[in-house]
Design a binder for this molecule. Structure first.
Ligand SMILES: Cc1cc2nc3c(=O)[nH]c(=O)nc-3n(C[C@H](O)[C@H](O)[C@H](O)COP(=O)(O)OP(=O)(O)OC[C@H]3O[C@@H](n4cnc5c(N)ncnc54)[C@H](O)[C@@H]3O)c2cc1C
Length: 137
């Protein structure tokens, strides 16, 4: 981690492969990011000790246009397993953020406890998840 008296900041610059910003030399990109952070009064340029650039390809999931029909095959097959629930971003194929996951997890636990009290094994997806799970853009 950062040495005493220093701290670190991570700046995410999303882009597609071969976007102009992705082809930019690392020094130019760092300069652009620092300039923007200074403009936002988040950092003082004189206090920037160093920067490092890490390129991560395919960091974000990119869904194909027909993904919802393929997902239906998977979810219907998994629904045959009575004591299995899939949750989370990948488990629900739901393009979501951390706060969504926290809320969905709480909703799932509440529904699971209710199902257990009623003698069922796992809550049906529709009973706890009100998000549109497919056909999202
Ligand atoms: C590049 C990027 C930037 C993001 N930025 C933000 C942001 O700024 N704000 C925000 O709110 N959200 C952001 N998100 C979204 C957020 O990260 C996700 O919504 C959230 O992490 C999903 O939580 P999850 O628990 O469903 O899945 P994950 O966090 O993906 O957790 C799934 C876990 O399961 C593990 N796993 C997978 N397969 C197996 C296996 N077979 N056996 C054992 N373990 C397995 C994985 O290693 C992983 O640790 C970002 C996502 C990405 C990819």
């Amino acid at each position: 981690m950062a040495p005493p008296g220093e701290t670190s900041a991570v700046v995410e610059v999303p882009c597609f492969l071969d976007d102009p910003i992705q082809r930019m030399p690392n020094e130019d990109l760092a300069e652009r990011v620092i300039t923007e952070l200074v403009a936002l009064t988040l950092v003082n340029r004189a206090e920037v000790v160093e920067w490092k650039h890490h390129f991560l390809a395919n960091a974000y999931p990119v869904c194909s246009t027909d993904y919802s029909s393929e997902i239906r095959i998977i979810t219907e097959a998994l629904a045959q397993i009575s004591n299995l629930s899939t949750i989370g971003r990948a488990g629900l194929f739901f393009y979501s953020h951390l706060h969504d996951q926290l809320r969905l997890a709480k909703d799932y636990v509440a529904a699971h406890l209710q199902s257990r009290n009623e003698g069922d094994t796992e809550p049906a997806l529709e009973s706890w998840c009100t998000e549109p799970l497919t056909d999202q853009s």
